[in-house]
Structures are given as structure tokens and as C-alpha cells.
Design a protein around this ligand. Sequence first.
Ligand code: SF4
Length: 774
Amino acid sequence: MTKPQYSVSITDLAHFCCRSGDLNPVSEQRTPTAQEGQAGQKMLQSRRPAHYQAEVSVQAKFETACTTWTLKGRADGVIAAPKYLVEEIKTTYFSQARLPATQQQLHLAQTRLYAALLLQQNALTSIEVVLTYLYLEDETEYSFQTTEVAESLNQFLHLCVEQFGNWLDAYSQYLDTRNQSLELLTFPYQDYRPGQRQLSVTLYRDIRDKRNGLYHAPTGLGKTTAMLFPALKQLRAQAIKQVWYLTAKNSGQKSVKQTMNALQTQQPSLRVLFLQAKVSQCPCLVGPETEPEFKLGNTPQQCRFQTGYYDRLEQARNQFRERSNFSDADLLRLSQEFDLCPHQLSRDLLPWVDLVVADYNYVFDPQARLQEYLTKQSKYISLLVDEAHNLPDRARDMFSASLSSTQLMRIEQSVSSSAMKKAIKQLQKQLKKVINQTEDGHQLGTTFSNLLKSTTDRLLEWFAESNASTAAPELFEPLMQLWQFATRAQTFDDKDALIRTPEPGSVRIFCTDPAPRLNRIADGFHSVHYFSGSLLPQAYFSRSFSQTPFASQLILESPFPPQHQRTLIRPVNTRYPQRQQSAPLIAQTIATLWSAHPGRYLLAFPSFEYLDLVARHLDSSLPILIQPGVGKLKQRREFLRALEQTEYLAMVIAGGIFAEGIDLQHNKLSGVLIVGTCLPPPSAEQDLIKQRFDQEGLPGFDFAYRYPGLNKVIQTAGRLIRSDEDQGVVVLIDDRYTQNQYRRLLPIQWRPSVVATEQKLRALVEDFFLPIDV
Ligand code: SF4
């Protein structure tokens, strides 16, 4: 049997074997970008003499008990005579005096690995090892040079190769065990639900044939299991190395956990990582996630999970190596046993797990994306994007950025350097000019963009040099926002527009069409599979994710009998100018619904303002619950608890967390009433989206308003029928539902009836809930 083969870069080997010391957030806050690194290398290479050979490939093959692996790399520079010399070039924002020792050690280890391979390839007895830094602030260079002899370099190489070879052997044995257990793994439930098998089989084939897919899979079909099961099976077939399951909300991660628990009864060998934000994983933080605080007397610099992190990492990794089963509880245990930051530990174990569950951010958001890892590994990863109807809006946000004069003022007030104050004032002046000249949809000028970049670079350098992170921590947030805006400005293109935001003195780079950027990201992966309970009309979602059609598209029917839901339309004008007049009518409809059949109802409104208006017309004896506003955590918990009561009229905001993000499966609803069509309110952003798609010959109003609005309606109504036993009514209050452009976007099985009077509404609701004689 041929042994599995691996290819490892010299950089990765050095990181695996030679890192020591602390996690150093300050040094990691400002590292050169990949482009800066490449440009810096080229610049230094061009300064070298004519006989200097740039980019010299080195490689060596190694064999272990279970694997063969190749160590590869390209030395930045080599001089063959009179003395053989190898040079490694790094770009940095640290002057020589401030260069962290651990960084230098790591880079030196990398240079020594190049030297060891060159020494072997050229049968040398000694070699000059040079580590050069290009200091990006003034483009000066500083170097560290040593003469190394064959014996010590060979010994060093041998130690690294042995350590990593042992690790690969253990990993390869684990993969054998995992594959055998996946071979035996069966679907975790007795039967497939209608449509579930078709979804599973389609995905299995799409991964096998490396096809991207778009799957509309209504609620109740068991889509999490239908997607995870075949994807895990494909790990065994070795079409892919990893499965990434992306979610829009935490509730999506819950269903992955449920599926994994169901699979656990067969005890498969699987390693699973749930990637979390620092605030939700950090053991040093207390308080709510929105406003976390460090435990008394603690700061990130004093954290015991960071000090000496890399000195203890190997012990933890060795324990991980022994485990053929790994989940989030094991990660927590390891981090506690070895005092390791759980957030960083999850990143260090990432290459060695089978399934990664994470928020969209980790792949799509330029600020949060695991860039380094994904650049190398994404071609071996199949991406499953759950609740994908959320992605167009989320992606637009991720690919947009804002800047305000208030942010700049905060920075200006906090910096102590007068030169910096002057530079920010100049930027403020330019921002004001841009705002005064900006019509919404305006392009970003190069003068402003260049000034942004140069000022931000100077500020960040000053921030790092002056230790401002500890002296003026309040600077960090506005500075990061400025950096994000300046970085985004560098990639401004014809899909972007510069707009004024409602906040005075503020502009936003707005991404009108995220598809090209999503497409570029998706192209890096083995295959990408978007799925959701509401991905209709499919042409809209297909164009929102990609400019080219999907190779695989699937529309599945709801598994629930259509007669379990009665959909009724009350044609009331709910448009903004008519709200005062419509509020008593809506209150009347709610009262009719309640008197026809008391129970649990979700009433979704387009805004708090409208909700309050209607609430004022409701009889105070009704069991009304009102969704608390953002940030009121205690009240939100109480609201959720109140939803366990047997009777209520819960007034919530359509598209909000309580309308879409909660699963009331064990807390059955009698009905969902939706006020309005959930169209996004008119705004400069939505109008730009409309224009953008109109220009392409597509229905711009639908793309900007109607499709996203109706999707929210379907999502909200989808809270009603979550299982075979659920039955109830959906009442849509708006006269636009009587128009074909709106009605045709409702799921076909809803077959809504227009109800002209309250008497008729009462009769239909009473009739629906009448017990059936058997
Ligand atoms: S444990 Fe918390 S404070 Fe410590 S390094 Fe990790 S995230 Fe930072």
C-alpha cells in the first residue's frame, strides 16, 4: 500500500517546531500585508549584487513509518561564492531596537532550515546564514549574520524533521481510524424525511464532482443532517480534507451540535472545532458579550493563558494527538489543563481537524477572515453555507466601510504628537471637502484615497512606536475603523459607491453588489454549497452569490402537509403615510384572531414605532408581550422565558432576532401575523442597489426591495410549522399581497385567501381550528 504523501513548507515547519514564548498581541497588531512583504523582498533583492540568485528553490523528501513528506521552500537569496550564503528577508514595522526576540528567533530558525537543505543539496561544510529585515517606515535594512557548520545545522534539521515526522505519523494513523469509522457511519435517523435523501445525494455528488451548489431546502426537512452526513462521508473518499460549516447566527451552530450528538451514538472518530470570537472564548473576560470586561486586576498583557503560550503548546498538541475524538468541550479542557488561550489554541489545532463550524466572518469578512490558513488550504475544503439567504446583506456589510469626522476627532484628541494632530486635521479637511462634493453614488477620488493611506500608515507606526496601546487604549477602536476604511478604499471599484450616511460628517464606501467578491472567495475552495429554507427566487440568490450560474441547483418542497397552514391576506394599506389610519385596523385584526382562537401568536412589525402605534390600540386585557430593544439583555432573557407561556401575543420586529433567530419547536405557535411586506425602507443604499441591477438589465426594484422583503416574510412565517404536528394560521396584513408581483413570491403551497372583512377572518380561523371528528 502506498503511503500518504504530504507537502510542508519551511515556514510551516519552523512555526510548528520552533515557536516559543508568549502570544504577543501588540507585535501582531501591525504586521505587513502579504503584498507589502512581497514588494519589500523584491526591493531588497534588487539592491543586491549581480551574482545574487533570488528565489532559489530547495526541497527534501523524508520517509516515516506511515508517510512520505516533502519539505519545500524558496530561499529569498543565495550567493554561491566566495562563501556560500543564504539570506532570508522579512519586512517589519519594528526598528532593530524594538524587534521582539521571539519573532527574531522564529525567523532565524526558518533561515537555518533553508541553510540546512542548501548545505545538503550542495555538499557544503559551512554556510553564511543571514536574516535581513526591511524596516518599512524608512526602507532601511538591518541584518543578523552567523556562520553555521554542517554538524549543527544537520542536527537542527534532524530534530525538526523527527518532531514533525512523528506528528504526521500519528495524524496519518488517526486518518485511517477516522476513515474506517466514517465507512461504517450510517444516517443517524431511522428514515430520511421527504426531500432529505435527495439533498444528501445531490451534495454527495456535487462534492465528488467539485460542483458548486445552491439548494432551497424548506424548514423541517432536516437540512443540517442532510448536508453534514454526505460531506463527512466525502472526507473518507478523500475528495476533500476538511468540511467547513458556516452559520449566520449562533442558532445555526446549535443544529450542528444536535446532528453531531445524533452521530455520536455511533462513536465515529471525528475532530470538530467550533471557531468562536475572542469575547466568547476568553476566560479572562466577564460580563455580557456586548460589553465584556477583564476580570478584576487582569489585562490582556497579564493574562496567564498568553504568557509562555508557545512553550506549553507542544504538550497540549501531544494530548490532542492521542484523541480520535475531539470537540469544543475537549478544547476547553486542554486550554485549562495547559493554561493556553483557547482562542489561539483553536487556531493552532485548525489544520488537524475534520469539521470546522464557524460564522460567515471567518471566510468572507476581509477583517476577520483566516487569510493565511485559507490561502493555503481552501482548495481542499468544502464549504457548506447555512441560512444563505442572510449572506447578500451580511456580505454587503462586510465589504463596506465607514468613516466619520467624529472618529477622526477622537483620534486627534487622543494622540499626543503634534505632527500627528496636524496630519489628522488635514485628513479631516479633505473628508469635509469630499462630503460637500459627494452626491450619493460618487466615486472615491485618488487624492483622498492616497491621503487616507499615508496618514493611516503614519498613525499606526506612531501607535506601535509610542506604546499608545497601553497609554491611550481609547485610540484603538477609532484607529482600527480608520485603518479598515483606508484599506477598503484601496480596493474601491465600479461595484462600490461613496455615500453620505445619516450621521453628519460621515461617509460610507458601500458595496452595491457583493457577488464578484464572494465569487473570488468561493473560487479558492474545492466547492461551495449554499443552502437555506428560503432561497427563492433562485435566480435572485444565484446572482447575489455569483455572476456565473451554479452548476447544481435544487428546489425541494416543504415536507409538511400544506393543509397544516392556512394563509390569509388582510388587504390594509400599511405604507408609511397611512400608519396612523391603519393602526386601529391592525389592532382589530389581532383582536379578531385572538377571539377566534386564543393561543400563542407571533406578531411581526416593520418598526418599533409602528409596533407601539398598534399596541396603543390593543385591549390591555390581552396577554401582550413586546420585544425589548437592543442591548437590554435582562429583558430579552425575560421575554424568551415568557414565550414558554401557553397564551400570548408576542409583538416583535420582522427580520429581527425574535422573528427569525429563535426556534419555537417545543413551544408551538397558533399563528404568525405579519404587518407590511418587510421591504427595506427606502434609502440611498437600496436605491444604489436598484440602479446597479437595473443597469445590468435585471429587475432592480426586486433585487433591492421586493426579493429581500418577501424573503423576510417567508422566514418570519416559517416560525409556525417546525414539525409534523404543527398547525396554524399565517395572516399577512397588506394590500400589496393582492398584487401578482408580491403574491407570486410567496411559496406555492401557501395558496393564500384574501379576507375582506373581520367577520370572514373570524369564520376562517375558527373553521381552521375546529377539531376534526374521527
Ligand atoms: S485568554 Fe483572553 S486575554 Fe488571554 S490571550 Fe486569550 S483572548 Fe487574550
